[in-house]
Design a protein around this ligand. Structure first.
Ligand SMILES: Nc1ncnc2c1ncn2[C@@H]1O[C@H](COP(=O)(O)OP(=O)(O)O)[C@@H](O)[C@H]1O
Ligand SMILES: [Mg+2]
Length: 259
């Protein structure tokens, strides 16, 4: 039987929210509408808007309430970012009209914008790989950090992001003890998320979690990928990690054995 893949971010979010141990890690996520845009901007200040079935960061936008400090009389404005472009709007209606022109008739989601930790002034997030082991249990087998290109709102490798180790990205922010605690929490979360999705999709074998860490060191699940790239883990200095990832992937039929 083929390995299970699930494209819809909305469908995965609904399943994950059913688990109360996972729910606190999921940012407020809704289907995009003008009403949700207004409400969520008021509540969170920054929101991300993305295609329900997107990949590689394509089509991802962010919108935020923007106070022009040089022109106090201007009141607040709305800033829309996508790619490396930034547009300013003076009303919510204009902002929504512009977002709608990008969306067309497709389903998009709107989500709390997480204020991610930065490294050399660029944002970074974490990709965690979780795999079915030959013993049929779930294991978080690897982590890589992804640093956004300067000025970019996405960290995806295909969007110009740089792959780094999580140890180097966290070093300026966390003490070794804090690092261990965040690391363990991410490992456990990965296994829980895989197990929860597998209740609905028993033929799931692997997932990639995009995790953001905010300034309070809280972990957030940005999305769960069911066709995660394996090649970035090849570059980790600990070669045993990729060997294991490969061995598991051969076992469940994603990769062919070299022999
Ligand atoms: N809620 C959010 N807050 C902050 N950044 C986000 C948020 N959602 C997405 N991003 C940024 O956009 C990137 C792409 O979004 P993601 O949901 O992973 O979609 P894709 O399937 O295109 O990878 C993320 O890796 C992250 O850098
Ligand atoms: Mg992603």
């Amino acid at each position: 039987m083929a390995i299970q893949r699930i494209a819809s971010k909305w469908e995965k979010t609904v399943i994950l929210r059913q688990n109360e141990l996972i729910r606190p890690y999921i940012p407020d996520t809704r289907k995009y509408s003008a009403e949700h845009l207004g409400e969520m901007l008021n509540t969170y200040g920054v929101v991300f808007i993305k295609p329900d079935c997107g990949t590689y960061g394509i089509g991802v936008m962010s919108a935020e309430l923007w106070h022009n400090e040089l022109d106090a009389g201007a009141g607040h404005q709305y800033k829309l970012r996508h790619g490396i472009q930034t547009e300013l709007f003076s009303s919510l209606e204009e902002l929504h009209a512009s977002i709608s022109s990008h969306i067309g008739k497709r389903l998009y989601l709107i989500q709390t914008g997480i204020r991610m930790l930065t490294f050399r002034r660029s944002k970074f997030d974490i990709r965690a790989l979780v795999q079915k082991t030959p013993l049929k249990t779930w294991e978080t087998t690897g982590f890589i950090g992804r640093l956004a290109a300067p000025q970019k709102i996405i960290t995806n490798y295909r969007g110009g992001g740089t792959i780094m180790t999580i140890e180097s990205l966290f070093a300026p922010h966390l003490t070794p003890r804090q690092f261990t605690s965040v690391y363990k929490e991410m490992k456990v979360l990965g296994v829980r998320v895989a197990a929860q999705l597998a209740r609905r999709f028993p033929n799931l074998k692997e997932i990639g979690l995009d995790l953001a860490i905010d300034e309070q060191h809280r972990i957030w699940i940005l999305e769960v990928n069911t066709l995660p790239a394996l090649f970035p883990f090849k570059h980790l200095t600990d070669k045993e990690i990729y060997k294991k990832i490969r061995r598991y992937a051969v076992h469940y039929g994603r990769l062919k054995s070299k022999k």
